[in-house]
Design a protein around this ligand. Structure first.
Ligand SMILES: [Zn+2]
Length: 318
């Protein structure tokens, strides 16, 4: 089995999704590993036959895979009763009785399978756990215990499923505690604004930006200010955008996003000559390492410095 072979296509992808969702429901009922592993052994294959077919050509292999996979799922599942942290199972000793129920030693049975295939699975159980919560548990979510990156992943997953209102509910809960958040929540903030865009709710979007502008964390606050700046540019309110930009320049002078924002603003208001000058200036004064992001930025400045922004603009008008 190589990594390349593991890319899910229907119907096993759908099956796996439903299986994981059901796993979260079962796990949250008692938060007991043995109960969950026994349930999985009994029901998983019938719930996701195509999925399991991919990993086992005979009964022994299937038993090993089920055992290792169920332990992996348990280990990745954040438990509400444990401050939304997983409670991983202890590592199996070679001479322990194999958990696959073969009655052999782990070493002589599933040791290989447990380490090889299953560790390749990236599993995020948080979306399923949140779906398995009662309405009261969801309302009482302890946001300070949930990793912002995890919430960002949930938001992305739900957006893909078209569950915009669920994302709004989740993330509005998060940003109700704006004073406790840091820059790790920037992704969630952008997702929430994207939700309001999809819902056509400009009023809520503006209100959320007001909330974001009150963030205690400087990096998060300046990220919100940059968003606000882009919104002002889009609505051609350049005077306000420049005031905000000046504030940003004082607050976070070394923020690598500012030069791009400045040149974009100049292009936006049709001031191509100044945009060209500033792009040349930044090409001379910025030090670039070779990350992909920086290379894209460098190409952008080079194009503007060569007067290409104006041509693009003129072509756009024709
Ligand atoms: Zn075994």
């Amino acid at each position: 089995m190589t990594t390349q072979e593991i890319h899910f296509v229907d119907p096993s992808e759908k099956e796996l999704e439903l299986l994981l969702r059901q796993c979260a429901v079962v796990i949250l009922q008692r938060e007991n590993a043995d109960d969950f592993l026994a349930w999985f052994r009994k029901h998983a294959v019938s719930m996701a036959p195509h999925f399991f077919q991919r990993f086992a050509s005979d009964a022994d292999e299937l038993r090993s895979f089920i055992s290792a996979f169920s332990r992996h799922i348990w280990d990745q599942t954040p438990l509400p009763g444990n401050h939304y942290l997983p409670r991983p199972l202890p590592e199996l000793q070679p001479d322990a009785c194999c958990p696959c129920d073969s009655k052999r030693n782990f070493q002589d049975c599933c040791a290989k399978a447990a380490h090889a295939e299953v560790s390749m699975f990236f599993l995020s159980m948080l979306p399923h756990v949140l779906d398995a919560l009662s309405p009261q548990q969801f309302a009482d979510l302890p946001y300070s215990e949930l990793p912002p990156e995890g919430l960002g992943f949930v938001a992305e997953t739900w957006m893909e499923q078209g569950r915009v209102l669920d994302v709004v509910k989740l993330l509005e809960g998060l940003f109700a505690h704006i004073d406790q958040l840091d820059e790790r929540s920037e992704h969630c903030f952008n997702s929430l604004l994207a939700c309001y865009d999809r819902l056509g709710n400009a009023q809520q979007k503006a209100r959320m930006i007001e909330i974001g502008l009150a963030a205690a964390n400087l990096k998060l606050r300046s990220a919100v200010m940059q968003r606000q700046c882009c919104i002002l540019i889009d609505s051609k309110e350049y005077a306000k955008a420049w005031v905000l930009f000046e504030t940003l320049r004082q607050l976070v002078p070394d923020d690598p996003a500012l030069p791009h924002l400045e040149v974009s603003m100049l292009i936006g208001q049709g001031d191509h000559e100044r945009a060209q000058n500033r792009a040349r200036f930044w090409l001379e004064h910025l030090t670039f390492n070779h990350s992909e992001e920086k290379i894209t930025l460098l190409e952008f400045f080079e194009a503007v410095a060569n007067g290409e922004s104006q041509h693009a603009d003129e072509n756009g008008k024709q």
